[in-house]
Ligand binder design. Structure first.
Ligand code: NAD
Ligand code: GLY
Length: 350
């Protein structure tokens, strides 16, 4: 087991390794005084991992209760959140108890938000079980639910008291979601780590499992540094959005049905790199993206995508901020008037 310590408004360990679910009770005992641990999970993950986690928490001396909701993004909503609040009330959860987010980013985000708001805040633990959740959403304290008006529109910054990243859980993850998480992994190589990118170039979706623990460690460590420098997302943390300006536009253009988040980000990174970098960098990125069965472009007209970028909630006034990586391993934040961005992007992805 390896440990990364995040020093943000709350200092917490991220444990990375195999066989950690069975040890979670013991690991958490040292991190919280909670008497009750409330597992929040979805039905898919429940069937796979709840028994192991329940038994381990029980051994760690916790009273264990569990709330299960249907898997998928539509569950990350106010209706599920209210059901979680009701469940916590019915089970007399106090401010010194803790929530346990067992699952992917959907479970992590809604559980984190419940922990940030129920009784004005209580401890929670992240046990991420998708690659995306392990390298991204479980770390850094962004929590949220979706509204009918858009994704992640209600949220809070709330750091967990610990993250338990058991890489064995990826063995049951369908390839579609492994591929999706690889979109974010490639992003880390592009923004901060040329050696990580070179390692990814030596593998494919079929072989990456042989080095996955090292890859996850490298990604989490990059996220740790960025979060420590800019926990509340006012500057440097924006580099984590490389590929996301166009990626969010792709997701929205296809009504969140055709492209997963990671595949939209992969296409977004490639389209942006084609515009901003040398052909050599663009070709390396496209080859790597394709090796993980991710798209390098999408059929949607660039003009329509660019217009959707104007609706990005991170847009500041008339300016659009976006990330470019002129060289692999180095990201810069660029700001441009939106009208100029529209003209500048003309021709990309054609
Ligand atoms: P998800 O939570 O929906 O998980 C994907 C699917 O995999 C689900 O059907 C789930 O039941 C299943 N699953 C999970 N673990 C499994 C396992 N080990 N074996 C088999 N099946 C498993 O999706 P996700 O991609 O993990 O997360 C996406 C969410 O994360 C989005 O809501 C996004 O907004 C959010 N997100 C948050 C942040 C953040 O910083 N908070 C960052 C990125 C993404
Ligand atoms: N996933 C982007 C962030 O945590 O800032």
């Amino acid at each position: 087991m390896k440990t990364i310590t995040v020093q943000a408004s709350q200092t917490y360990p991220i444990w990375i390794g195999t066989d950690l679910l069975a040890a979670c009770g013991e690991l958490l005992r040292g991190r919280t005084k909670a008497q009750t641990a409330a597992i929040i999970t979805d039905d898919t993950v429940d069937a796979l991992y709840s028994d192991t986690v329940t038994e381990a928490l029980d051994k760690g001396g916790f009273r264990v209760i569990k709330f299960v909701f249907p898997h998928g993004e539509p569950s990350k909503c106010s209706k599920t959140l209210n059901q979680i609040y009701d469940f916590l009330c019915e089970n007399e959860i106090t401010r010194t108890d803790c929530l346990v987010a067992l699952g992917g980013g959907v479970v992590g985000d809604i559980t984190g938000f419940a922990a940030a708001t129920f009784l004005r805040g209580l401890d929670y633990v992240q046990i991420p079980t998708t690659l995306l959740a392990q390298v991204d959403s479980s770390v850094g304290g962004k929590t949220a639910i979706d509204l009918p008006g858009g994704k992640n529109l209600v949220g809070a910054f709330k750091q967990p008291v610990a993250v338990i990243c058991d890489t064995d859980t990826l063995k049951t993850l369908p390839d579609k979601f492994l591929s999706d998480g690889m979109g974010e992994v490639i992003k880390y190589g592009m923004i901060r780590d040329a050696a990580l990118f070179a390692l990814l170039e030596q593998h494919t979706l079929e072989t990456i499992h042989t080095v996955i623990d090292d890859v996850i460690y490298a990604c989490i460590d990059i996220k740790r540094t960025v979060v420590e420098h800019d926990e509340f997302d006012t500057g440097e943390r924006m580099i984590l959005n490389f590929g996301h300006t166009l990626g969010h536009a792709v997701e929205s253009y296809y009504h969140y049905e055709t492209y997963t988040h990671g595949s939209a980000v992969a296409a977004g990174m490639c389209m942006m790199t084609r515009k901003t970098c040398s052909d050599a960098v663009y070709q390396r990125l496209c080859k790597c993206v394709a090796a993980y069965r991710l798209p390098t472009t999408v059929p949607a007209p660039v003009s329509a995508l660019v217009q959707l970028c104007g609706k990005d909630k991170k847009r500041a006034n008339a300016d659009l901020r976006f990330i470019v990586c002129e060289t692999i391993g180095d990201a810069q934040i660029r700001t441009m008037p939106f009208t100029e961005f529209v003209a500048w992007m003309e021709g990309v992805g054609v």
